[in-house]
Design a protein. Structure first.
Length: 281
């Protein structure tokens, strides 16, 4: 079981977070960055596993999601870039400020690996392990999947955001996504450089600043959300980090589909989670 926490952001929001630990003197700290529209509770089994193996682990919800939800879905502070620039940055400061004696690592799932490059204090991280993290530009998908991506970025998300002030969770398969976050996400997905400013210029300073060790895990049956070209593209953003890509062949692990979300399910504790421990050393 974890201990609930509140982490304040510089722009006046409070993030719901959870602290997992089984040791008085943990060997290091790990921050878990969630995927888009996925609540932190999804990672609780994985966080407990890391805690049992000696780590202090922090999960949290981005603004607008789960325990960090806000009452006004159209609040202008709700953007995807703020997930990195404000939220992840606040969590890094909170962790490194309270537990100065620990080296801090990050495990990022999907967008959780993207926003690392947006945090101004990301150089406080010792290493990063990304699971199915990718550039969301539609052109990185295989031709047969591109029409679906184009429909998502150009029609579905803008239309639903305008009508409802959010993209319903039933559409995303997770939590509802506030309009400002969804619209920026779709704007990025329409652009070949993906993470860009309002003028379409690539945002890369924070990505290029990071020089730590980074592992990118690509799962071969995760073709709907993180195909290989998309994973490789994000890796290239972190051009000064010591990066490596590992491809997981799902058929050698299970007779089920691992896909985009399977890695963090408890049934893969024995087959996949140990790789994170090996990475952390």
């Amino acid at each position: 079981m974890g201990i609930e926490q509140q982490i304040p952001t510089e722009d006046g929001l409070a993030l719901g977070a959870t602290l997992f630990s089984t040791r008085e003197h943990p060997k290091a700290g790990i921050i878990i960055n969630s995927a888009t529209a996925v609540k932190q509770g999804y990672y609780a089994d994985f966080a407990n596993f890391l805690a049992r193996n000696g780590y202090l682990v922090v999960t949290y919800d981005y603004r607008g999601i789960g325990k960090s939800a806000v009452s006004n879905q159209r609040d202008k502070r709700l953007t995807m870039s703020a997930w990195g620039e404000r939220d992840f940055a606040a969590v890094i400061d909170w962790c490194t400020g309270r537990y100065k004696e620990l080296a801090w690592h990050c495990v990022g799932h999907s967008v959780g690996g993207q926003i690392i490059g947006l945090a101004p204090n990301n150089t406080k991280l010792t290493s990063v392990y990304c699971v199915s993290s990718q550039s969301g530009f539609w052109g990185h998908w295989e031709p047969k999947q591109q029409p679906k991506m184009l429909l998502t970025w150009f029609v579905m998300i803008p239309l639903l955001s305008g009508i409802f002030g959010r993209v319903p969770g039933s559409v995303l398969g997770g939590e509802s996504l506030p309009a400002g976050i969804a619209r920026q996400w779709a704007y990025w997905g329409r652009h070949k450089d993906y993470i860009v400013d309002r003028s379409g210029r690539p945002i890369r300073d924070g990505f290029e600043r990071l020089q730590c060790d980074m592992k990118f895990l690509s799962i071969n049956d995760d073709t709907d959300f993180a195909p290989p070209r998309a994973v490789n593209a994000l890796r290239d953003y972190y051009c000064n980090a010591k990066t490596a890509i590992e491809v997981i062949k799902a058929e050698t692990i299970t007779d089920k589909t691992i896909g985009h979300f399977g890695f963090f399910r408890k049934r893969y504790e024995q087959s996949l989670w140990g790789g994170v421990l090996d990475w952390l050393g």
